[in-house]
Design a protein. Structure first.
Length: 172
């Protein structure tokens, strides 16, 4: 039975479609093709695939750089009051080092990971050096304020004496 080529409705053998009114043309019946085997069979799919490496890079962790830079920040905050702001530089370097250490895990390739590690490590080392210099400067200022080593020794002895007197009075 013929179908309308415009709306797909069965025509029932009439010359015009009863649904849309279009003229129905006789369509030749198509016989299904007989099965013929492929003379050149293709290989199974598993033989045609080529294994490939994943297209993304998976770097390792920061390897203690993140913790080291965070410790530099904390020590900078603690020492900031005593080192007259010198440790502020260590805090800033620690913060920048922490940012680079956190970028290690999200690196896109080995070169970027290596660069982020290197920058973070250098900033952490410089932060600790600045903290050490701040402590040395603080000790130097204390020594200078107490008239050198002799004055420092006198100040220590007077503190020791007052503490021992206080403890003796508390023990009575």
């Amino acid at each position: 039975m013929a179908a309308c080529k415009y709306c797909g409705q069965e025509t029932g053998g009439s010359m015009f479609c009863q649904n849309c009114g279009a003229k129905v043309e006789a369509q030749p019946e198509v016989q299904p093709a007989a099965f013929t085997p492929d003379p050149f069979p293709s290989q199974p799919q598993s033989y045609n695939t080529i294994p490939t490496q994943p297209s993304f890079y998976t770097p390792g962790g920061a390897g203690g750089l993140l913790a080291g830079n965070i410790i530099a920040i904390i020590l900078g905050v603690i020492c900031c009051c005593f080192t007259y702001g010198i440790s502020l530089i260590a805090m800033i370097l620690g913060i920048i080092g922490t940012v680079y250490a956190s970028k290690v895990k999200s690196s896109l390739n080995a070169d970027e990971e290596r660069g982020n590690r290197r920058i973070s490590r250098i900033l952490m080392i410089i932060a600790y050096v600045v903290l050490l210099l701040g402590v040395v400067a603080m000790v130097a200022l204390v020594l200078a304020a107490s008239d050198g080593i002799g004055g420092f020794k006198e100040m220590y002895e007077s503190i020791y004496e007052s503490v021992s007197i206080s403890m003796a009075e508390a023990g009575k």
